[in-house]
Design a protein around this ligand. Structure first.
Ligand SMILES: NC(=O)c1ccc[n+]([C@@H]2O[C@H](COP(=O)([O-])OP(=O)(O)OC[C@H]3O[C@@H](n4cnc5c(N)ncnc54)[C@H](OP(=O)(O)O)[C@@H]3O)[C@@H](O)[C@H]2O)c1
Length: 297
């Protein structure tokens, strides 16, 4: 893994780019700790200026997606053909840093989602950050047409959350709760309001948020202006076909600006990390740090 941006300047040998190790000549595999530092969430304030709880501004929504050179978000209905070992390591690290992983129901149905794992290598870092052993998975669904017999609902480390609208079908709600899921209403009607979803999760203390898409859900977060950070892996592959782009939503009036924070490379994959322009990390963006003791998978 090589860091291409920000680059370490050879004349400032002691300097280390914020959030991660300086570039080495050959790259080499980064440890789990190095990757976790490189992707640390900003420090989030617990209170607003008046000393009250300000859940909405005290959260950070990051997205992680992989796309092909020609912009496809999947091939044959799955993202795996676009992925790589480094992409999967970063995928695991981003999960290890998050309080909650937000995912669209179609991705759960397509990718056979399982509960997030409790990873020993993240135990100390999570404990020092006041986090539970594994992130909760929050599934966004209006229809609740989900298989509640899956381990995602019946065997998680922390109860899986279902984000839905107030008009969700009663029988499906009952089935979700019976399976052990916690239902959170974040919309008046059939649909979830993306900004409200962020706030509802933050008010439960799930403030380091990670969405893994899919493209339709991510498009809504971006359109609502609540996406703080976008980690896009560019796969050196051409998929063609009619797959959606990594964000799939109606065109906005003016394209939103994002600022490049870092760029890593391994085996031709580019791991970009962008922050929404004009949106500073709360409290100056000091990263949350702890320690990890395991190599990245
Ligand atoms: N390249 C990548 O990194 C990546 C990442 C994730 C997924 N994928 C791929 O993307 C594909 C699936 O993505 P997708 O865009 O079709 O679907 P998606 O965003 O994963 O899920 C869409 C579904 O989520 C629910 N949903 C979304 N917005 C909602 C809202 N505002 N209110 C209520 N429910 C809402 C709806 O579920 P209901 O129908 O249940 O109401 C909707 O049908 C799969 O092929 C997957 O492999 C790729």
């Amino acid at each position: 893994m090589r860091r291409l941006f920000p680059s370490a300047r050879p004349d400032v040998s002691a300097a280390q780019p914020a959030g991660g190790p300086a570039e080495t000549a050959d790259g080499g595999e980064w440890s789990l700790e190095e990757l976790a530092d490189a992707y640390a969430y900003p420090e989030l304030p617990r209170t607003d200026a008046a000393g009250g709880t300000d859940a909405a501004s005290g959260s950070w929504l990051r997205a992680n997606m992989v796309g092909s050179l020609d912009g496809a978000a999947y091939h044959g209905g799955h993202s795996k053909p676009l992925s790589s070992p480094a992409d999967m390591r970063i995928f695991g690290v981003l999960r290890g840093l998050a309080d909650v992983v937000i995912v669209g129901a179609e991705t759960v149905r397509h990718e056979g989602y399982r509960p997030a794992r409790r990873r020993e290598g993240f135990a100390a870092r999570r404990a020092s950050a006041g986090q539970g052993p594994a992130p909760a998975i929050a599934v966004v669904s209006g229809s609740l047409d989900l298989d509640f017999a899956l381990p995602l609902f019946t065997e998680p480390w922390v109860p899986t959350l279902v984000l839905t609208g107030s008009a969700a079908p009663e029988d499906r709600l009952a089935e979700a709760r019976e399976a052990g899921a916690e239902v959170l209403v974040a919309g008046d009607g059939a649909l979830v309001d993306p900004a409200r979803a962020v706030e509802v999760l933050a008010r439960r203390g799930l403030r380091r948020q990670l969405t893994e898409g899919g493209p339709r859900l991510l498009g809504q977060f971006a359109a609502a202006g609540v996406l703080d950070e976008f980690c896009l892996a560019v796969a050196p592959r051409v998929a063609l076909g009619s797959a959606a782009r990594v964000m799939d939503a109606p065109e906005v009036e003016t394209p939103a600006e994002f600022v490049l924070e870092s760029l890593l490379e391994e085996e031709g994959f580019l791991f970009t990390r962008y922050r929404r322009a004009g949106h500073q990390a709360p409290e100056g963006g000091a990263p949350l740090r702890g320690s990890v003791h395991e190599s990245a998978e």
